[in-house]
Design a protein around this ligand. Sequence first.
Ligand code: HEM
Length: 323
Amino acid sequence: MTKLRASRVLLSTQRILCRNHDAPQLTTGRHCVPPSPPAAPVQLAETYGNVFCIRVGQEKTVFVCGWKTVKEVLVTQADKFVDRPYQAFVTRLCAPLGGILCCNGKTWRTQRHFAMGMLRTFGLANGTLERSICQESQHLQRAMEEHKGELFDPADLLNRAVANIICQVIFGRRFDYSDPKIQQLHENLTDTFVRLYVPWAQLYNAFPALMKRLPGPHNGIFTNFQALQEFIGAQIKSHKLALDPSDPRDYIDAFLNEANGELGFTEENLVLCCMDLFLAGTETSSKTLQWGLIFLIQNPQIMGGFLLKDACPEWNAKWPILA
Ligand code: HEM
């Protein structure tokens, strides 16, 4: 186990949990909760043992099946498996610095710790995040009301609203929904997500030398990244002009204050870190809101009881427009 080297390690306990009488009960009727992964790896484990490997081109994936083996990977030998896998796609985009999402070791720990600290300082401290969210919900509400009750897809608006809240933490400002900059940011982020999970990206990881030379949708990710880098780079440039080291306004200012070239604190890496915060925060939060909306629409009785003035009068006094 300690000599395992792989592009990816996939863990599968669920099927086994569903069958294992000693394990926690995870089945409801015919279904596993959460749903089981496809049965193929489990069937292969029955033939090849709990640790086996599948190789596609350059990409080697090690499958780890079974409660005990997965526990060994995640708990007993966690330190040996904590690093991220090598992926040609990610390496071309982020090497050698890695931002937050694509780096390892001490740099990763430092950058993660710094980002968490900054999210707390510029987000949770002094109610700044709460204020930004409330203001953004007013803009969102107005934008939705512009549809005058007609059917529309709220996904784009929710994405922009969430991206704006992250903009507040990172850039210290929001963008109007009609601002081409936020539209471009939002399009690049959404498109990157779509392209990251199509087979082309997997083919790139498997056959990088070939895919680099081929046209195809995978190249769109590099164009998107370039556009995102330029947008964030421009924000960093304007921050540098107005930087007051004794009074950092946002994540970028705080990072520039630390920029001594060590442990990822370089301007080049700042661009990647900002991009990571957008990539990690936008789609996740926006999809959560979309699901929340669907559940409220399907359960109007809950929506009726969701009036803030009943739920929290003090909050309502602070933000009367949302009442
Ligand atoms: C509903 C919203 C969200 C969900 C469900 C979610 C979920 C997750 C999960 C499961 C991880 C991996 C666990 C870990 O590495 O600790 C993660 C990592 C991360 N999230 Fe979120 N997240 C959400 C919102 C956000 C937001 C708003 C931000 C920032 C603005 C953010 C930034 C990050 C970062 C930077 C990481 C990477 C940590 C690392 O690799 O060290 N996330 N998120």
